[in-house]
Design a protein around this ligand. Sequence first.
Ligand SMILES: Cc1cn([C@H]2C[C@H](O)[C@@H](COP(=O)(O)OP(=O)(O)O[C@H]3O[C@@H](C)C(=O)[C@@H](O)[C@H]3O)O2)c(=O)[nH]c1=O
Length: 182
Amino acid sequence: MRFTPTPLAGAFLIDIDPVEDARGLFARTVCEDEFARHGLVGRFVQQSVSWNPQAGTVRGLHFQIAPDQEIKLVRVTRGAIFDAIVDLRPDSATFGKAFHTELSAENRRQLYIPAGMAHGFQSLHPGTEVLYQMSTPFRPASARGLRWDDAALAIPWPACAAGTARTISDNDRAWPLLAALT
Ligand SMILES: Cc1cn([C@H]2C[C@H](O)[C@@H](COP(=O)(O)OP(=O)(O)O[C@H]3O[C@@H](C)C(=O)[C@@H](O)[C@H]3O)O2)c(=O)[nH]c1=O
């Protein structure tokens, strides 16, 4: 695996090192020892899937508060997403800053998100499936959110294709702005 640090400390892009032959390819996507050598946690307690029939679907931005802060490892198994994270660690030099990348079934890239960050994505193709692994169980009482379109975050969400509306839940439309969290 190839680990590329992002501008947000502790968040990494993880690309595969494929072994290819006539059948296709083989590649490791998680290895506890290799993750540990990069200072990352490679053991997860839950895995979830998100199916998004329409392009332009936004989910997020989500996080869990202490003591249920979670590390997430995100990849796409069908289609593609614009994936965004926001640093919410109060003592971080990049507090309030966002990072985004494209994850797709084609690039097989994973985003490793450390504890203390909010996460969200927009599906870029119809029929996009996202696979998450989490270090901490989902706890509804600890679940929180941040407004995906908060101008202070300046996340460059892709425009929806002409004639397609953005799909987003009522919960996600109603999360507070960053200023209200601080
Ligand atoms: C996140 C989650 C939700 N649920 C339930 C709660 C609810 O009834 C239903 C849908 O939940 P949500 O609307 O929160 O689903 P969704 O908006 O897809 O939530 C996800 O968004 C992305 C951005 C993430 O980063 C994920 O970790 C997760 O928070 O599933 C679980 O049972 N386990 C879980 O881990």
